[in-house]
Design a protein around this ligand. Structure first.
Ligand code: GLC
Length: 650
C-alpha cells in the first residue's frame, strides 16, 4: 500500500472507528482492583491467606474440583484450598513409580489415572521427608559429577565426537531434566540449569516466555500434559494479589515467572507443602511488567488445542475468563492515539532498559497474535459482544498501522529522506513529523536493494530503525505483515546473513547501541554492552521462531541452514543463553549455560523441519475478512473491492 492510498484508508478508519478501545460497563479493572485491595491494605508481601489460594491445588486431577473452579468468581478464589494440601502431599510421596526422570525436587510425573487413584491416600510426613532426602542426595551427586566433568574438559571432548542425532538426544535429556513439578505434576521448565554458575538469580524459576518453546517441543512430541498443567496453573496466578510499593498493576496481568517453593506446613513442623510463588515484576530486576506473558499464554493455549485436539481446556469457563481478562487489560481505553499497545521499556523478551518503551514491535506482533488466537477461541455469548467488537476493530486498525507505518525498505527510506516536516493538517504525509536527519548512516548502507523489515518502534518524531528479530519473525508467522512484506523480511535476513546469523543464529536486534547512545539509552548497563546480550547479542532460542516463519513462507531452506550453523557449536558450547560479538563468536560474557529455551528452541526447529505441516499450530494465515475490511475502506485499494461477509467497523 502506498502512503498516498493509505492516508485515505486511515482517515476512513479514523472516522469509522470512533472508539477502538474497550471498557466493559460496570466491570472495569479499577472496580476489581479496589474490591480486592482494600481488604489487604497496602501490602508489600502477599498474605498467607492469599498465598494459600494456589497451594497444591489438584484441580487437574479432580473433575469435581474442576467444576467448582469454573463456578467460582475471582473473589471466591481467595477463600479456599486448604483441604487440598493433603491430597498434594499424598501424590508427591506415593508417585515414586512414575514414568519420567526426576526433577530434583523429589517428584515424578504421574499420569492422570495413577494420580486420581492416589487421591485420598494418606502418607506420613516422615515418608515425604525421607523421600526428599534421598532425592536431594542423588541430585547433589549428579551435580558434582557433572561439575567435575565440566572442569576437566570431559564433556567438551566427548561432545566433539557426537553426531547430530545425539545432539537431539542430548537436548531431549536436558529438556526433561529441566522440568519442574508441582504436587507431582509437571508444570513447566526451569530457565537454566547451569552447574557452572553459582549465582542463580531467578534462573531457577519457570518463565512464561521461556516455557513457550519447551511447551511446543512437548506438544510436538505428543506429551500434552505438561502444557495443559502449565496453562491451568499459570491461569490461577493471573488473579494473584500483586502490589509494588502499594500500587497494583491491572488484573489480567500474567507473571513473568514463578517458582515452586517447599515451605513448612502451617501448624505442623514435620511436614512441608509446596506453594507457587509468582513474580509479576515486583521482584524482577528493574521492576519491569511482563506484558508479553499473557499474550504468549493465549498463543500457547491455541497451540495446545490445535495440537492435542483437546478443546475442553480452552472452553472451560475459568479459561475463557482468563482470556477475557488479558484482552480487557490490553483493550482498555487510555490516552493513546495509536492502536498499538503502549508499554514501558523491558516489557518483553528484552527485559532491561534498551530504549524500547512506547510501541515496540515485539509487543505489537504478540498482541496481534493474541487477538487473532483469542477470537478463534472465545465462545460466543451475549456478555462478550462488546469485547469481540472492540477486538475486531483493534485488529483492523493495528494491522493497518503496522503494515503502513512500521514498514521500511529502500523505497520507503527514500520517501522519508525527502519528507517535509511540520505539516499541520489532517492529511499530512509525514504524520509523525519524522525529521529525515534521523535516518542513521548505518541504515543507508545496510538496507539491501531487495528486502525490507518492520522497524522497532514508532513514536511522535521518532522511528527506531533497529531491526528486531522476534517482532519481525512473529509478524510473518501471524500475518501481521503482508505476504509481500513477509517475503521481503526473509529476503533481508538472507541478504544480511553475515550480520544477523553469522556464526550463531540469531541476533536479537541489529545494530548495537554504542558510545553515548549506549550510555543514555541503556543507563550504561554493563550487561548490555555493544554486541552483547540484548544489545545485539545472538540468541539461539530465536531459531524456532525463524523456522516457523520460514515454513510459513515455504522457504524452509533458510531455517535449515541456520540450524546447521547452530549445530556446529551449540551442544559443544553447552547450550548457552546468548553469544557476544559482532559475528557471534564468543559465548556471552554473562551467559548461562544449559539455558532451557536454547535447548527447546533447537528441538522445536528440528521437529518442525522434519514435519513442516506441524507448524500450523503456531501460524495464523492472512484473514480475508480483515483484508476486506481494509480494502473496503480504501477506494484505491490495489486488490479491488471484494464482497464483505462481515463488517468490523461499527
Ligand atoms: C533474561 C531474558 C529474558 C528471559 C530470562 C530468563 O532476563 O532477557 O527474556 O525470559 O532471562 O531466561
Amino acid at each position: 500500500m502506498s502512503l498516498g492510498t493509505s492516508k485515505t484508508v486511515f482517515q476512513v478508519l479514523s472516522r469509522a472507528v470512533p472508539q477502538t478501545g474497550y471498557n466493559e460497563p460496570g466491570v472495569n479493572s479499577l472496580d476489581l482492583t479496589l474490591h480486592s485491595r482494600f481488604g489487604v491494605k497496602c501490602m508489600k508481601k502477599r498474605s498467607s491467606r492469599h498465598r494459600h489460594l494456589f497451594e497444591c491445588s489438584s484441580m487437574l486431577q479432580s473433575q469435581l474440583r474442576t467444576h467448582q473452579f469454573q463456578l467460582m468468581s475471582f473473589h471466591d478464589y481467595k477463600t479456599y484450598s486448604r483441604p487440598w494440601l493433603q491430597t498434594c502431599k499424598c501424590q508427591r510421596a506415593e508417585s515414586v513409580g512414575g514414568i519420567t526422570t526426576g526433577d530434583g525436587n523429589g517428584s515424578r510425573l504421574v499420569n492422570d489415572v495413577e494420580t486420581s487413584n492416589l487421591v485420598g491416600n494418606v502418607t506420613s510426613a516422615k515418608h515425604i521427608l525421607e523421600f526428599d532426602d534421598v532425592q536431594a542426595q542423588q541430585l547433589k551427586q549428579e551435580k558434582e559429577v557433572l561439575a567435575s566433568n565440566v572442569t576437566n574438559g570431559a564433556i567438551t571432548d566427548s561432545f566433539d565426537t557426537i553426531g547430530l542425532n545425539s545432539i537431539e538426544e542430548e537436548a531431549w535429556d536436558l529438556l526433561r531434566e529441566s522440568v519442574v513439578y508441582y504436587c507431582g505434576n509437571p508444570i513447566g521448565t526451569i530457565a537454566a540449569k547451569d552447574p557452572t554458575s553459582s549465582n542463580v538469580l531467578n534462573y531457577d524459576q519457570v518463565f512464561i516466555r521461556d516455557f513457550i518453546p519447551s511447551g511446543i517441543a512437548f506438544l510436538l512430541k505428543g506429551e500434552h500434559d505438561i502444557v495443559r498443567n502449565f496453562i491451568l496453573y499459570t491461569l490461577q496466578l493471573q488473579s494473584w494479589e500483586k502490589t509494588m510499593d502499594c500500587h497494583s498493576p491491572g488484573q489480567g496481568l500474567m507473571p513473568a515467572s514463578f517458582k515452586v517453593r517447599t515451605v513448612p506446613l502451617d501448624g505442623d513442623d514435620s511436614a512441608t507443602e509446596e506453594v507457587l510463588d509468582p513474580d509479576f515484576g515486583e521482584a524482577a530486576i528493574g521492576r519491569v511488567a511482563p506484558v508479553d506473558s499473557g499474550l504468549w499464554w493465549i498463543i500457547l493455549l491455541r497451540a495446545y488445542g490445535k495440537c492435542s485436539g483437546d478443546l475442553s481446556v480452552q472452553e472451560r469457563v475459568d479459561v475463557q475468563t482468563g482470556i477475557k481478562m488479558i484482552l480487557r487489560l490490553c483493550l482498555a481505553d487510555g490516552f493513546d492515539m495509536f492502536p498499538t499497545l503502549l508499554v514501558t521499556d523491558g516489557s518483553c523478551m528484552i527485559d532491561r532498559r534498551m530504549g524500547i518503551h512506547g510501541h515496540p514491535l515485539e509487543i505489537q506482533a504478540l498482541f496481534y497474535s493474541a487477538l487473532r488466537c483469542a477470537r478463534e477461541m472465545l465462545t460466543p455469548e451475549d456478555g462478550s459482544a462488546d469485547l469481540i467488537r472492540a477486538l475486531n476493530n483493534r485488529l483492523v486498525a493495528l494491522s493497518f498501522h503496522i503494515r503502513e507505518y512500521y514498514w521500511i525498505d529502500l523505497k520507503k527510506l527514500n520517501e522519508i529522506y525527502r519528507y517535509k516536516t511540520e505539516e499541520y493538517s489532517y492529511d499530512a504525509v509525514n504524520k509523525f513529523n519524522i525529521y529525515p536527519d534521523q535516518i542513521s548512516p548505518w541504515l543507508v548502507e545496510w538496507m539491501p536493494n531487495k528486502g525490507g523489515y518492520l522497524i522497532g518502534n514508532l513514536q511522535p518524531a521518532h522511528m527506531d530503525f533497529r531491526f528486531f528479530s522476534l517482532g519481525n519473525l512473529w509478524s510473518v508467522v501471524n500475518s501481521l505483515a503482508t505476504v509481500e512484506q513477509s517475503h521481503a523480511i526473509l529476503d533481508l535476513i538472507e541478504a544480511k546473513w553475515s550480520d544477523l546469523v553469522a556464526e550463531m543464529p540469531l541476533k536479537i536486534c541489529y545494530p548495537a547501541l554504542d558510545g553515548q547512545e549506549w550510555q543514555i539509552i541503556t543507563g550504561s548497563d554493563p550487561k548490555n554492552t555493544p554486541w552483547s546480550y540484548h544489545n545485539a547479542g545472538s540468541w539461539p532460542t530465536l531459531l524456532w521462531q525463524l523456522t516457523v516463519a520460514c515454513i510459513k513462507m515455504k522457504r524452509t531452506h533458510i531455517a535449515a541452514k541456520a540450524v546447521e550453523i547452530a549445530e556446529r557449536r551449540i551442544s559443544r558450547d553447552r547450550w548457552p543463553e546468548y553469544y557476544d560479538t559482532k559475528r557471534s563468536r564468543f559465548i556471552g560474557k554473562q551467559s548461562r549455560l544449559y539455558q532451557t529455551w536454547s535447548i527447546a528452541g533447537y528441538l522445536v526447529a528440528k521437529l518442525l523441519l522434519a514435519d513442516p505441516s506441524k507448524a500450523n499450530i503456531l501460524i495464523t494465515e492472512e484473514d480475508s475478512e480483515l483484508v476486506n475490511a481494509l480494502i473496503s475502506a480504501n477506494p484505491r485499494g490495489k486488490r479491488g473491492r471484494k464482497s464483505m461477509k462481515q463488517t468490523y467497523i461499527v
